[in-house]
Design a protein around this ligand. Structure first.
Ligand code: B16
Ligand code: MG
Length: 221
């Protein structure tokens, strides 16, 4: 019987990708580079410094570690201004009802986000209280696709990986869930999230109530 559901934040519960894009594009333009929507897809689920490395790899100039940290800080300051206006209206379809239904069923809920701004965003969305545990990339050594972030969430909630369901929109995120030995629910396009055990278009399609047991009891411990 599944005990715990571990959610990704960006792309599953809210859409911060557009704010990350605007802030990264501004930084890229400042150093003579550019990024487009297609490139932004590659940054989904990738932590801040690794996102910066992917952007810098678009050019040839080499930067010191100190310069890179300054660039990442500058992007984050722009990003923080952009997310300032977020409210409960920015919850993606089905997010609030799925979280509240699962809580009512006694399922433990965790958040596993690569974003160091995750706790701030949960507060802005007004859903911090719905989670039993929140992990961000500050707390783990290796980011997604490594399993660390999902394994830490499971451990903190006293669940074994085989009792956990992970929910992710990014390819690297689904890889992290599968490496952790958990059941992966992909949110998005099944042609993209090929390693997921099941794919739904958004959280309105997440099975709750009797559908939860019917879907997961036979595939989880
Ligand atoms: P920050 P998730 C990820 O969030 C985003 O998908 C990714 O684009 C971003 O670079 C990363 O968080 C780090 O965010 O700069 O705020 O620490 O999908 O894992 O919830
Ligand atoms: Mg995501």
């Amino acid at each position: 019987m599944p005990k715990t559901v571990i959610f990704d934040l960006d792309g599953v519960i809210t859409d911060t990708a557009r704010f990350h894009f605007l802030a990264w594009k501004r930084l890229a333009n400042k150093i003579g580079l550019d990024i487009d929507d297609a490139f932004n897809e590659k940054l989904k689920g990738v932590d801040r410094m690794n996102s910066l490395e992917l952007i810098l790899a678009q050019g040839t100039k080499k930067y010191s570690e100190q310069e890179k940290l300054a660039m990442a800080d500058e992007k984050n300051e722009d990003y923080k201004v952009l997310i300032e206006e977020m409210t409960a209206k920015d919850l993606l379809p089905g997010a609030h009802s799925t979280l509240t239904s699962l809580r009512k069923m006694g399922i433990k809920l965790a958040l596993a986000s690569a974003s160091k701004n995750a706790a701030t965003i949960l507060n802005k969305l007004g859903i911090s209280d719905l989670f039993d545990y929140v992990v961000d990339s500050n707390q783990v050594k290796h980011g997604k696709p490594a399993p660390d972030i999902f394994l830490l969430a499971a451990k903190q909630l006293g669940s074994s990986p085989s009792e956990c369901i992970g929910v992710e929109d990014a390819v690297v995120g689904v890889q992290a869930i599968k490496s952790a030995g958990m059941y992966a629910v992909g949110v998005g396009d099944p042609k993209v999230l090929t390693q997921a055990d099941m794919v739904i278009p958004d959280l309105t399609g997440f099975p709750v109530g009797e559908a939860f047991s019917a879907t997961f009891n036979k595939v989880l411990a």
